[in-house]
Design a protein around this ligand. Structure first.
Ligand code: DAU
Length: 350
């Protein structure tokens, strides 16, 4: 298990999923050194470095650096790192439509820098990818497996698919130890409120409209964030080099159904729902087969969709100050002044 490794370097450990993974490593492996590298871009909460530092004590170190930074090599040596887990990424599809460049810099060139650093030191690299690399399913299609062809539709998904190909090319060319995880949509505490679920909770709390893209019948396959992190741990420890592992909890939901359920849990009216212009090239449905990681590595999700959703809504409701701080006190003003034009701008971007 985790004792396979004594010193783990996590990139993007101040982001939503990465910070849950750092916490899992710290609590699960009491002797493990953890180095958290994060550039602290907009999606990282400013309090996260201090919070994780308080949990990790002396075996934890935070470095504010970009994954493109070659000086990370010296950090790998100094900390005696034996595995790198790459969560660092630009992740938001809408932003990738407006500003694709930064997605290539971080998600592709950054990954190449990590590959080069790991190759020189003979280190395992775990590349945290996404189900979006497979593209979109029709309602009657079977879920994606690891054999499904890569067919990304957004600049974000194309950058992640490129990184997957580059990582596997390095594994074949240099015999590097590389494994890839591809997970479905995550939810849970601490997600930046540009993503559907925290945005919906935050807007409903403030009595703001909930923007629903297109007809709202797109399907996403939801998994509770700590289940994802436990799966990445299994792949880090025992995943076979050169392989990809899908991670999902069979939590398919139509966006509109999810939105209505959350409004019901919060006792907010459905009249807050506001249909807006669709996201360009919007993937209709994601659904992911998780048999391989179950059979080969013995992982299965702990939380049902309902349990995860109840925990998630409860967390945001008792952390409204966090939500406000993360998205800025002026959000109401911003929303009212810019939301419609933001949607139009997104449509124009294609
Ligand atoms: O599938 C995994 C992926 O899930 C990750 O790789 C991405 O990094 C992550 O951003 C997420 O991508 P999605 O595009 O599925 O997540 P998002 O929260 O942006 O949107 C979820 C669904 O809700 C999608 O169909 C678009 C829709 N949506 C989203 C927002 C923000 C709305 O209808 N209204 C909204 O305001």
């Amino acid at each position: 298990m985790g004792e396979t490794f004594q010193s783990v370097l996590v990139t993007g450990g101040c982001g939503f999923i990465g910070s849950h993974f750092v916490e899992l490593m710290l609590s699960q492996y009491p002797n493990m050194l953890i180095t958290n590298v994060d550039a602290l871009t907009y999606a990282a909460h400013p309090d996260t470095p201090a919070r994780l530092s308080a949990v990790g004590g002396g075996r934890y170190e935070f470095l504010q650096k970009n994954i493109n930074d070659v000086s990370l090599g010296a950090d790998l040596d100094r900390r005696g790192v034996d595995v790198v887990v790459n969560f660092a990424a630009e992740t938001h599809v809408d932003r990738s439509i407006l500003e694709p460049h930064i997605f290539l810099e971080t998600n592709v060139v950054g990954l190449q820098n990590l590959l080069t650093l790991c190759r020189k030191r003979n280190l395992r690299l775990v590349q945290v990818s996404t189900d979006e690399v497979y593209g979109s399913l029709e309602p009657s299609d079977k879920p994606f497996t690891e054999q499904s062809p890569l067919s990304p539709n957004s600049p974000y998904a194309a950058a992640k698919a490129s990184a997957d190909l580059i990582a596997f090319a390095a594994q074949r060319t240099y015999k590097q130890d590389v494994v890839i995880t591809r997970c479905s949509n995550n939810f849970g505490p601490g997600q930046f409120p540009e993503k559907l679920l925290p945005l919906l909770i935050a807007n409903a709390s403030e009595g703001l409209p909930i923007p629903v893209y297109g007809d709202g019948k797109q399907v996403r396959d939801w998994i509770y964030v700590t289940d994802h992190c436990a799966a990445v741990d299994r792949v880090m420890c025992d995943g076979k080099s050169g392989e990809a592992y899908n991670i999902s909890a069979y939590g398919e939901q139509k966006n509109i159904d999810l939105i209505k359920r959350v409004l019901d849990i919060m006792n907010k009216p459905h009249s807050l729902i506001q249909f807006v212009g669709d996201r360009p090239a919007h993937d209709r449905r994601y659904a992911l087969e998780n048999k391989k990681i179950g059979q080969e590595l013995g992982w299965s999700p702990k939380f049902s969709f309902d349990e995860g959703l109840a925990k998630t809504v409860a967390w945001y409701r008792s952390n409204e100050a966090w939500l406000k701080k993360v998205r800025g006190q002026d959000y109401q003003k911003y929303y009212k002044a810019n939301y419609d034009s933001k949607m139009k701008q997104t449509e124009r971007a294609v």
